[in-house]
Design a binder for this molecule. Structure first.
Ligand SMILES: [Fe+2]
Ligand SMILES: [Fe+2]
Length: 126
């Protein structure tokens, strides 16, 4: 698997969230460059999952504090939860499958639901 490169279109234009997304990319990249037999794989995968959970909590707290529309907020939280459950399930099968899913989901989620947060924050709202 090739490392994930950050692109300007991934930015949602919120400093903290963009920095956290970049940290997720860096953690993912640290995993994919490891040789498959490396003893650090499990630990790095734990770090990635732990940071992912931290990031989801932060993003959800931001939406809550900005009065993000309820239906979109709930959908977004559900999508975080489902993602995490899927990664855990895939992880028990193979780290490769979990990482492939992680990569695909993360990019799609940042370009979709996370971008919606950026657009919402830029619009004037009460
Ligand atoms: Fe998100
Ligand atoms: Fe995010």
């Amino acid at each position: 698997m090739t490392p994930l490169a950050w692109k300007p279109q991934y930015a949602i234009r919120h400093e903290t969230i963009d920095a956290q997304h970049q940290n997720l990319f860096a953690l993912y990249n640290a995993m994919v460059v490891l040789p498959p037999e490396s003893v650090d794989r499990e630990r790095l995968m734990d770090d990635l999952c732990e940071y992912g959970l931290f990031h989801f909590a932060e993003e959800e707290a931001l939406m809550r504090s900005e009065n993000y529309p309820k239906a979109a907020f709930e959908r977004h939280c559900r999508s975080h939860k489902l993602f995490f459950r899927t990664v855990q399930r895939l992880r028990s099968q193979s780290a490769e499958t979990a990482l492939a899913f992680f990569r695909e989901w993360l990019v799609r989620h940042i370009l979709g639901e996370d971008q919606d947060i950026g657009h919402f924050l830029e619009r004037p709202h009460a």
